[in-house]
Design a protein around this ligand. Structure first.
Ligand code: FES
Length: 111
């Protein structure tokens, strides 16, 4: 799941899609997540709560988490864990990832 991107509102693994299939499609990647120098709340919470270590998995997790919060702004811990089940991380043990997503969700809801 490290290569997760959003195409036409759907999450896909970029490594499984041919470039020619993307002609004319809007592709949302990690490079477009921040607003200039202002990090997305997910990015900031991952930094502040140590939701990453080596960072290999992080772009895909952030894109997937952003998509989750667009569809479900108030997910439970279990919902976050299921949603990110396809994004493997060999460093963090996931607890800090999940906490980062839940904190960002709360912040984005204004609570
Ligand atoms: Fe290293 Fe996730 S932070 S694989």
């Amino acid at each position: 799941g490290a290569c997760t991107v959003v195409v036409g509102g759907r999450m896909v693994c970029a490594c499984l899609v041919m470039g020619v299939e993307m002609a004319g499609c809007a592709v949302e990647t990690i490079e477009g997540m921040a607003d200039g120098d202002t990090l997305h709340p997910l990015q900031r919470n991952f930094l502040e709560l140590n939701g990453l270590q080596c960072g290999i998995c992080t772009p895909g997790i952030l894109i997937a988490a952003k998509k989750l919060l667009e569809e479900n702004p108030d997910p439970t811990e279990i919902e976050v864990r299921y949603w990110l089940a396809g994004n493997l991380c060999r460093c963090t043990g996931y607890d800090k990832v999940i906490r980062s997503v839940l904190e960002a969700a709360a912040e984005m809801r204004g609570s």
